[in-house]
Design a protein around this ligand. Sequence first.
Ligand code: NAD
Length: 478
Amino acid sequence: MNVCNNYIAGEWLAGAAVTVNRNPSNVADVVGEYAQADAAQTRTAVAAAKAAFPAWATGSIQERSNILDRAGSEVLARKDELGRLLSREEGKTLPEGIGEAMRAGQIFKFFAGEVLRAAGEKLPSVRPGVDVEVTREPIGVVGLITPWNFPIAIPAWKIAPALAHGNTVVFKPADLVPGSAWALAEILVKAGLPAGVFNLVMGRGSVVGEVLVNHPDVAAISFTGSVGTGRAIAAKAIGRMAKLQLEMGGKNPLVVLDDADLAVAVNAATQGAYYSTGQRCTASSRLIVTAGIHDRFVAALTAKLKSLKVDDALAAGTDIGPVVDQSQLDQDLAYVEVGKAEGATLAVGGERLQRANDGFYLAPALFTGTTNAMRIAREEIFGPVACVIEAKDYDEALALANDTEFGLCSGIVTTSLKHASHYKRHAQAGMVMVNLPTAGVDYHVPFGGRKGSSYGSREQGRYAAEFFTTVKTTYTAP
Ligand code: NAD
């Protein structure tokens, strides 16, 4: 098997070591072998990005747009192959993997257009005869650090705006999913990026990530991952006054009111809490259900969960693939025990499943009789585990929904315009869903949260410019 190397300063370079990437649906299946950079190689990548910055920042925007457009076209043309690779290394189902690859392609297409829409403002000055211009400029070398759960979409939604706005990039993917990152890097290289503009540095967070976070030549860090890692990165990056964007965890509520359409509610809960094996920052792991519909909702959701097919991510008909690896499975199983010990009732699932191949299969778990004070209702589990919290009415449901340290996404299922309107205004989250699952967002509008979920400006769409540019105000006298 060929080792897939890092891409630094326009060359594919072997690393200091090699890792093997395995398929969580079948641990005997080796997906590939990938280079692991050390600190010195990471510093070389930062130097290459620094050297490439002036020409890229001031070069032809038509060329920049063309490159992003070509990359987007190739990702879209190869969506089936990229989706298969993604599902094989991460464990989400093949339709989910293909859908994610498509989204990555669309993101590159969107930012190919954004390159040409870099508008500023021209205003009169309060001083007669003077002009004021407000323009945006790139910030420099950006370090992009991504998690394993969206192996191609999250890299795309950081790399595309970073490049579109004229920055140069050092990209460090998550250790568990180098395959999708490497495939995307190869597509970007083929699309014609000049040497040094984009660098792929695979390796450990504690090695590669640490260098990026601490390096004085890395002007900005955009990170998506867990709260713990995000906090540690923040302490260092803010200490040296780097620009910082953090997207972290969630404990997203889905409120179901008495007047909800039961089928819509069960579908939103199933999709939002369990699809992609529940491994989404936007997963609705707290189902807050009012008393009049509670028993019907629990019965219907339990029946639905029993009917879901948990199996190999690549097999036709699989609804839910495996958990990503042994340590995440151990964490999920440990939380199932925590929920039982706290006095919640395990209505269905929560046990490890055996399938034809040796993989990390878990039966989707639903707890009832949960209070919002329990750990299973407060801590991000990041697996196919959700809990039902009963509320007496809308007001209590809203209060429970907002009673969390997180604030990424918040959902409600109701046929009441009054309650939907009130919820949209009062949900303390960066994203709100009405009669939709909390997970599943568009690529052309802002993504991000409040409170402990996010720090810094929003990702995606036009709002990405907030992070990937800096504003200049220019005064001109005649
Ligand atoms: P993680 O925090 O373990 O790792 C994220 C990335 O940080 C990886 O690339 C990792 O190698 C790197 N890293 C680890 N230690 C580092 C260090 N000391 N310095 C620099 N980089 C370091 O997260 P994960 O397990 O890969 O992903 C799961 C988490 O991501 C969940 O908490 C989930 O909620 C979150 N997530 C959030 C969003 C969002 O947009 N809010 C989206 C997807 C995932």
